[in-house]
Design a protein around this ligand. Structure first.
Ligand code: GAL
Length: 692
């Protein structure tokens, strides 16, 4: 895709930090004053002072309010908002106002509307109804972003640019003609010649050979399975196209305000498959993330921790901004659960513990009208005599007490690979089983390590793995030779590397690596699978071995695996078609390393037992033991002299942390009390101890 506004003179060193005029941690949310009369806007300022708000995202969905008719601009309300917020000491993450085109634009240019794979047009009336690749939309969006930058470039409240909003949230894949044209351009750049594309896509199969790039389409609804590499490339292209949209808008802003940092709010979590955020990270001046817990998930606080760790991983370990979460219920799940007392604080501080330097919400004040009126907010419909408001004020107080953690970092000796191409590839159709969900496996391993109190860094497969004692690769289906070598090198250096089923099976073109699975890791593991044996729905097998705690149950997947000399079989199938065959293997690597293969999906107890064994072997266990359900994470100052130990009690009983050989000592910041050896964490409470 073409680059439009590349300010050649841009100097990254001149970009100021987003929080250079905020003391301590950021606290606030999305602020939409355009929904309210003057009287309420004035009250907002009072309440923001009371809560200690210091950062707000403004004008995210304001395009139609600013420009109700083409070219007629109404800035007054936004000028007032910016001035008043500044007077109140509040800084602004100012949006480009492009997140939803105004009705006049889609009426005038219906060609900018996005399309689904079956050709259905996604019309105006909700939000985000635009094709990111459409040149007409791009022109208008750039104009809007430029106007915002021109108008507020010198405004003292401006701290950060917030480009669009959750780019790709509702339309991660667009199948419009504009997208098809951009896809062809992307393929030309990737492959050069159509013969290279044919080779990569394996088009000798099913008469799919292309004579020209002009014949190529996105993977539209077809009579049967679309070409898998076409689908995979469309995933890659779509992620790139969404990023290209961000980049174009960012460059327009940079050209006018080169010193103001730019970001967009990501949605890194277990359910955002559309965008490969590791490839987005280098384009963001600071990583910002939105996270909402899913009511139906009883382990929602574990998934929250995963999202926070993923945000930190995307940020390369740097502190990041929690740009949105909810004070209580959302309104977009089938059944929306309100948060219980203490939950808002626990959720918020889980994010801070895992690297967030700001806690923000959707939204400041609950709307009275519109599609999100039943979504919780910092100021609820019922006003300030409410638990939600009291919790918000209390959270503001807690964040002020924790101001000193700002800029500190989490350190971890365990890494787990998260890989979007593997996510896309592993779930393509016409596979050994349609029941395999990439994220299930990632979540299961993450949860096992969480239960063991091990903080993990979530990294892409090509990350620098130096310094990690444990590296886990759950179902890393698609790997390049270079990434496979990177993983093998970690084991050579002494790490314990654990790889699970359906990993390393294909190359980046989704071509099977021949000679036995898991092709890319066969040598490292000293294991060769001759055939997959997926299990039927409800079918289970017993797995025997000390490493799984004696006997465990497995489901979903088994494999007929042979081991090479020197590879140990540490667990076997005890029944089923593969009775007696290896289920888990271990190969010693180098002087101290090892490479483990888990060829099946273990139940929770078996997986926790296996993970505990690996944590022990790798020596990456927690330094402070905690009872089940009590989350302990540490942030460190850069020089390593001070740490802040966060203890988050998700249980209904009081917990005591710290014992004779591992005492907790220091100052507890939320209660401002000394801790001398033992830390008491009341049921449902959070404690943060500065040590050193
Ligand atoms: C986010 C979005 C917000 C709001 C929120 C509700 O996806 O960025 O504008 O819709 O969800 O949970």
């Amino acid at each position: 895709m073409r680059r439009r506004t590349a300010p050649d003179s841009f100097d990254p060193a001149a970009v100021r930090p987003w929080n250079d005029r905020i003391s301590g941690l950021g606290f606030g949310g999305d602020y939409n004053p355009e929904q309210w009369p003057e009287r309420v806007r004035l009250e907002d300022l009072e309440l923001m002072r009371e809560a200690g708000v210091n950062l707000l995202s403004v004008a995210i969905f304001a395009w139609a309010t600013i420009e109700p008719r083409e070219g007629e601009l109404e800035w007054g309300w936004l000028d007032d908002t910016m001035d008043r917020l500044h007077d109140a000491g509040i800084r602004v993450a100012l949006a480009t106002a492009t997140a939803s085109p105004p009705p006049w634009l889609t009426r005038k240019h219906p060609e900018i509307l996005p399309r689904m794979a079956d050709g259905t047009v996604m019309h105006q009336g909700g939000r985000q109804s635009y094709a990111v690749t459409h040149p007409v939309h791009r022109e208008y969006a750039l104009r809007m972003a430029t106007r915002m930058a021109e108008r507020y470039k010198s405004h003292p409240a401006l701290a950060l640019w917030h480009v669009d909003n959750e780019i790709g949230c509702h339309v991660p894949r667009d199948y419009s003609d504009a997208a098809a044209a951009a896809f062809r351009e992307w393929l030309r750049a990737r492959y050069g010649t159509v013969e290279n594309l044919n080779e990569a896509w394996g088009t000798a199969f099913w008469s799919q050979r292309y004579g020209s790039f002009d014949d190529v389409l996105p993977p539209l609804v077809a009579p049967t399975f679309a070409n898998p590499t076409q689908q995979l490339d469309f995933d890659r292209f779509s992620s790139d196209a969404l990023l290209d949209y961000y980049r174009d808008l960012r460059d327009a802003l940079r050209a006018i305000t080169p010193h103001v940092p730019t970001t967009t709010n990501l949605m890194a979590s277990s359910h955002t498959k559309g965008m490969d955020y590791f490839t987005w990270a280098p384009e963001l001046d600071v990583v910002a993330n939105d996270h909402y817990t899913v009511a139906a998930n009883p382990d929602r606080h574990v998934e929250l921790a995963f999202s926070a760790d993923l945000s930190r991983g995307i940020a390369g370990g740097d502190p990041w901004i929690l740009m949105e979460h909810s004070t209580s219920a959302v309104n977009w799940q089938p059944r929306n659960r309100s948060k219980l007392p203490g939950e808002l604080l626990r959720n918020s501080l889980q994010h801070v513990a895992r690297g967030a330097d700001s806690v923000m919400f959707f939204q400041w004040r609950a709307s009275a009208a519109g599609a999100e009126k039943y979504h919780s907010a910092m100021v609820p419909h019922a006003g300030t005599d409410t638990d939600v408001w009291r919790d918000v004020v209390n959270l503001g107080r807690a964040l002020r007490a924790l101001g000193e953690v700002r800029g500190s970092r989490v350190r971890s000796r365990a890494a787990m690979v998260v890989d979007w191409p593997s996510w896309w590839g592993a779930e393509l159709d016409a596979h050994p089983t349609q029941a395999l969900r990439y994220m299930d496996q990632v979540q299961a391993w993450y949860a096992a390590l969480w239960r063991l109190g091990v903080t993990v860094d979530l990294v892409p497969p090509g990350a620098d793995l130096d310094g990690y004692g444990l590296v886990v690769l759950p179902t890393t289906y698609l790997v390049t030779d270079a990434d496979a070598a990177n993983v093998a090198a970690a084991a050579e250096r002494g790490a314990t590397v654990a790889i699970t089923y359906f990993s390393g099976v294909v190359d980046s073109r989704d071509h099977v690596r021949l000679g036995g699975y898991p092709g890319a890791f066969r040598d490292l593991l000293g294991a060769r699978t001759e055939e997959f044996f997926p299990l039927l729905q409800g079918e289970t097998v017993r797995v025997e071995g000390k490493v799984v705690g004696g006997t465990a149950t497995a489901d979903l997947w088994t494999e007929k695996t042979h081991v090479a000399d020197g590879t140990e079989v540490v667990a076997t199938y005890d029944d089923g078609a593969l009775r007696g065959w290896p289920a888990i293997t271990r190969r010693p690597v180098g002087a101290h390393g090892s490479a483990w293969y888990a060829a099946t999906r273990l139940d929770e107890a078996g997986l926790v037992a296996l993970a505990a064994h690996l944590v022990d072997e790798a020596g990456v266990g927690p330094d402070v033991a905690a009872p089940p359900g009590v989350e302990v994470v540490r942030r460190w100052s850069d020089d390593g002299t001070t740490s802040w130990l966060f203890a988050i009690n998700h249980t209904e009983s009081e917990a005591m942390l710290g014992s004779g050989d591992a005492p907790v000592q220091g100052t507890e910041l939320l209660t401002d009390t000394g801790v001398a050896g033992t830390l008491r964490v009341p049921a449902g409470a959070v404690r943060v101890v500065r040590t050193g």
